[in-house]
Design a protein around this ligand. Structure first.
Ligand code: SF4
Length: 307
């Protein structure tokens, strides 16, 4: 039977909470196929170091090493049985067929890596956009994959379970330049947002609480610059931030916590500092300029007033 060891470094546990909500396969279906060797929050036995020793001595084959949370060697921040998360990862990392980082902390270091007094806090293979994480940049697991990053703060459970199942059935998983599965992260949050029509017609809202209007120009929405299928694979099968009227915060990207004000669009002379991916500033100005001179009867009315 294939095995999975889940480790936690510096984390809020949010990705674990997310995985518990997995559907098709559910958490229980998943772990009837795969033996869960240990999970810090879910295992009854407090036997992590015993399992680590068995993996080290090849008494247990490790198929999937899953890491949640940033990595450090500093025991002041993380200490299990006298070992830091860095030491524990270091003992098993060469034994795993596949290594998966779940969430932005394990992928990029994220909020814990902003702690300036300890430059030793990192992601597994990246620290923010640099490939200088805990493991060397050219590190490959036994099946010759780098650390597969499932980014997000937290991740949607399906992003993890679909990737895990593809690897389980030994299907190839193509990765982008941040080692994220392309099947999941080739989409933008903007793709599928129900406010797209307002974006196209430059109908921008200036305050929260409206069903109508796009949140890009005034309220900091990062949907057009964020790789995530939040509007394709809906949360709890129901909704997404932008559908509910909340701007996308860009939490799947390396610079997520570095953004200073999540609810404001930074502009220079009225032009957003960051325009949609793939569009030049010149093209953005031209297209929005044309859209503003035209009127769409439908998008200029309250939704309840349209037929
Ligand atoms: S609210 Fe955000 S994701 Fe939705 S259409 Fe506007 S920019 Fe795109």
């Amino acid at each position: 039977m294939k095995t999975l060891l889940w480790l936690q470094g510096l984390t809020c546990n949010g990705n674990t909470q997310s995985i518990l909500n997995a559907e098709n396969p559910s958490f229980y279906e998943l772990f009837s196929k795969i033996e869960l060797l240990y999970h810090p929050s879910l295992s009854v036995d407090n036997n992590l170091m015993e399992i680590v020793e068995k993996i080290e001595s090849n008494k247990i084959n490790l198929t999937f090493l899953v890491v949640e949370g940033s990595i450090t060697n500093d025991k002041k921040f993380h200490n299990v049985g006298g070992f830091s998360i860095g030491e524990i990862v270091g003992r098993v990392v060469h034994k795993a067929d596949y290594i998966i980082a779940v969430g932005n902390c394990a992928s990029f270091g994220n909020i814990p890596a902003l702690y300036k007094e300890n430059p030793d806090i990192k992601g597994l293979q990246f620290t923010f956009k640099e490939k200088n994480g805990f493991l060397p940049p050219d590190f490959l697991s036994k099946k010759e994959y780098p650390v597969i990053n499932i980014t997000g703060c937290p991740i949607h459970p399906a992003w993890f379970t679909h990737t895990l199942m593809a690897l389980y059935y030994e299907k190839p998983v193509l990765l982008d330049s941040f080692n994220r599965p392309k099947e999941v992260y080739m989409y933008l949050t903007h793709d599928g947002c129900i406010r797209n029509e307002y974006f196209e017609w430059k109908e921008e809202i200036e305050e929260f609480g409206h069903k109508e209007g796009c949140l890009f120009y005034n309220l900091g929405c990062k949907g057009p610059i964020t790789h995530a299928p939040c509007n394709k694979i809906l949360w709890n099968r129901v909704s997404s931030k932008t559908r509910a009227g909340m701007p996308c915060l860009g939490c799947t990207e390396f610079d997520f916590p570095l953004n200073e004000n999540f609810f404001e669009t930074k502009k220079n002379m009225g032009i957003p500092e960051k325009v949609p991916i793939g569009v030049s500033k010149r093209a953005y100005i031209t297209i929005t300029g044309i859209a503003k001179t035209l009127k769409n009867e439908r998008t200029s009315k309250k939704l309840e007033e349209t037929d």
